[in-house]
Design a protein around this ligand. Structure first.
Ligand code: PHE
Length: 442
């Protein structure tokens, strides 16, 4: 069990804050025209995300096991339809899919750590930064090597289990990451000369730029960034102390997560405009813009290396939560050790990840549906379909399926707040998600 409420918040925030905030949020917002996308995203975080996160934590804490087995027991206890157990299985699948590309991107960040540290970007201009990014992603050996190293680190930490590896790591790294982001925002504001342009891109409401697919992406990003809909938060909830308030904890985590995402946007977009780069640059956005900033800064090689080090750690505190549902289940099911379970889960995700590693080089021209590469497909299916779907099923189960007394006991809030939570999970969140699916796909 987590040693305190603060530790649970740290661990859950460690899961939530990751590449999703620093790498994915800016680039997806950039591809979808900024402002209106951001507003939909924020709406999804607080109206749908927080209540669903509360549901996920409560199911985990009521079940006190891996998500798959927690769901099995809660279903049995509540005499609910066994089909609800699909939530656990779907979540484990989404976890594999996400980790498979997550580790590749985290691998890029690790490579940047060393490139920054060696001074490779000192004084670099936009063209050089772009070339350096392409050179890395084209280099299959390097990409696979970093991917492998990141996965090995994930396995090693996950194998040590909650507490030993995790608490001590998150406690120091999260505040450090936050601090460096503040420094970068100030840097961007003072030196780029385009801070207002960046802010207005992020916050002015240009509805014409937003498509229904963009709305779906905003919703998917909300689930992804909060680690919702696949059991990660449920697995962590299983270790949460009994007397901790779930709803206020969920709100705190969402707030922290949002602040980090918005700060990343405030660092990146002014740099985009100051250097004549494209907002719709794609997955390379962070990797092209940030080295430019560090390249101009005094001591930039050092701060840049530290920054990418922290990004790597933020990614690890997320990746260990991606494997936790599957690992916890394997341990219970096969009565095996944590180490073996971590090796199996990490190994499988590593194998799938090769597909994403190849998507930027040898498999660049291999397209699945709609011109998507393997990486695009993993990302799209997991974030835009599996997570929202899993999240809605979690909400529906918490709202309709489970014995109501369990939710009352777990949430332990005033009747008014309880009714609001119940109304959102039963009606608002499911309707919103299905409506977005409908409008985006048809
Ligand atoms: N929330 C993490 C991030 O933003 C990614 C993640 C998704 C982690 C789902 C766990 C579960 O980087």
């Amino acid at each position: 069990m987590w040693s305190s409420r603060l530790m649970f918040i740290m661990a859950a925030a460690g899961s939530a804050v990751g590449l999703g905030n620093i790498w994915r949020f800016p680039y997806i917002a950039g591809e979808n025209g900024g402002g209106a996308f951001v507003l939909v995203y924020l709406g999804c975080i607080f109206l749908i995300g927080v209540p669903i996160m509360a549901s996920e934590i409560l199911l985990g804490r009521a079940g006190r096991q891996s998500p798959i087995n927690a769901m099995r027991d809660l279903v049995a206890h509540s005499n609910a339809n066994p089909l609800w157990q699909a939530i656990g299985w779907m979540g484990a699948l989404a976890g594999f899919m996400i980790l498979s590309f997550y580790a590749v991107i985290a691998g890029w960040a690790m490579s940047y750590l060393f490139q920054m540290g060696s001074g490779a970007f000192t004084g670099a201009d936009a063209a050089q930064a772009t070339t350096a990014f392409d050179a890395l992603t084209d280099d299959v050996g390097a990409v696979v090597g970093w991917h492998t190293l990141f996965m090995a680190m994930t396995i090693a930490i996950a194998a040590r289990g909650v507490g030993a590896g995790l608490e001590s790591t998150v406690k120091i790294l999260m505040p450090a990451l936050f601090f460096l982001l503040v420094v970068l925002v100030i840097y961007s504001a003072v030196t780029s000369g385009k801070f207002t342009a960046g802010l207005s891109f992020l916050f002015s409401f240009n509805i014409e730029k937003l498509t229904w697919n963009g709305v779906l992406m905003a919703m998917g990003q909300a689930f992804f960034t909060l680690s919702l809909g696949m059991g990660a938060i449920m697995a962590y909830g299983a270790y949460m102390p009994k007397d901790t308030s779930i709803i206020s904890t969920a709100a705190t985590i969402a707030l922290l997560d949002t602040v980090v995402a918005l700060m990343s946007g405030m660092v990146i977009f002014p740099l985009v405009f100051a250097n004549g780069l494209e907002t719709a640059e794609g997955p390379g956005l962070m990797f092209v813009t940030l080295p430019l900033a560090f390249g101009q800064m005094t001591g930039g090689a050092f701060f840049g290396a530290v920054f990418f080090l922290l990004v790597t750690f933020a990614a690890i505190t997320s990746s260990i939560s991606l494997v936790e549902p599957a690992i916890a289940w394997l341990i219970e099911r096969l009565k095996t050790t944590r180490t073996k379970a971590a090796l199996v889960v990490g190994g499988l995700a590593w194998l799938m990840g090769l597909g994403s590693a190849f998507s930027f080089n040898v498999w660049e021209d291999l397209h699945f549906v709609n011109g998507m590469t393997f990486f695009d497909l993993m990302d799209y299916v997991s974030n835009n379909i599996l997570l929202p779907l899993g999240g809605v099923l979690i909400a529906l189960f918490a709202g309709w399926g489970i014995d109501q007394q369990i939710t009352r006991d777990q949430l332990a809030v005033s009747p008014g707040v309880y009714q609001i939570w119940r109304f959102v999970t039963r009606f608002i969140a499911p309707t919103a998600v299905f409506l977005v699916f409908l409008l985006a796909f048809f």
